[in-house]
Design a protein around this ligand. Structure first.
Ligand SMILES: [Mg+2]
Length: 245
């Protein structure tokens, strides 16, 4: 038997952040529409500081939700908005990765109700969704969220490292500093700046694109052989001609 030159091992799974990665909006910003104006400004500032890495996420997370107290139907409305505002190329990119036989998942610091709505829209199994659980009273009013790794800095690395063997080697794609924290804990981190390009992520991610389509991450999460397969398919070939960042 002749040993061929070893091709790079393909990623078994590609997981994505939700807000500003699979979806071109931030769920918390949308929830703010239900809040009084003074609260809106205060919370938007906190969120931005957490996402840029200026404030610990755990400090911001509980305070934000305690102030917002989102009702179940408000979270369902955010889920619908997520689906209306999917990032360009998100649907096709997820489909292409699944067509290649990869597991696709979502790891989000957002609340599970709207994130599961996105998963359903994109054909992602709910078993491959990690987000923050939330509890409601029978009338849909907010009771609380479940603090866990995803409501703290470093949490995505913890959650992704705990995925079963079937999810490895794992590539993770995201826009924020909490996503960047997975670098070194997953086989490959790809920074996506197509919705919001954050300086810290652009500077520190080994792989980064600011192209306005999620398809621009495909070359970072597929092998040359897999790209050949995509090029041979009428549905997916155009995804690999995404504009350079
Ligand atoms: Mg994000």
């Amino acid at each position: 038997m002749t040993a061929a030159v070893a091709a790079p091992s393909p990623f078994a799974a590609v997981w994505f952040d939700c807000d500003s990665t699979l979806c071109a909006i931030e769920g918390v910003d949308e929830l703010l529409r239900f809040a009084p104006p003074a609260l809106r400004t205060e919370i938007a500032t906190l969120t931005e500081r957490a996402m840029n890495g200026d404030l610990p996420l755990a400090d911001v997370y509980g305070a934000r939700l305690a102030a917002l107290r989102p009702r179940r139907e408000q979270l369902e409305a955010v889920g619908e908005l997520y689906c209306q505002r999917l990032t360009a190329g998100a649907r096709e990119t997820v489909a292409a990765l699944q067509w290649l036989g990869k597991q696709v998942g979502i790891c989000s610091g957002g609340l599970v109700v709207p994130v599961l709505r996105v998963a359903r829209e994109l054909g992602i199994d709910r078993e491959h969704v990690r987000a923050v659980a939330v509890t409601f009273a029978a009338d849909g009013s907010y009771l609380g969220f479940e603090p866990g790794p995803l409501t703290q800095n470093g949490g995505k690395a913890t959650v992704l490292a705990a995925l079963p063997a079937a999810s490895r080697p794992l590539a993770f794609v995201g826009d924020g500093v909490t996503d960047l924290e997975t670098m070194g804990h997953v086989a490959r981190f790809v920074g996506f700046g197509g919705v919001v390009a954050r300086a810290a992520v652009r500077q520190r991610a080994g792989f980064f694109t600011a192209a306005p389509t999620l398809a621009a991450v495909l070359p970072f999460v597929t092998t040359a052989a897999e790209q050949e397969r995509l090029r041979g398919d009428a549905t997916f070939q155009r995804l690999l001609s995404a504009p350079p960042s």
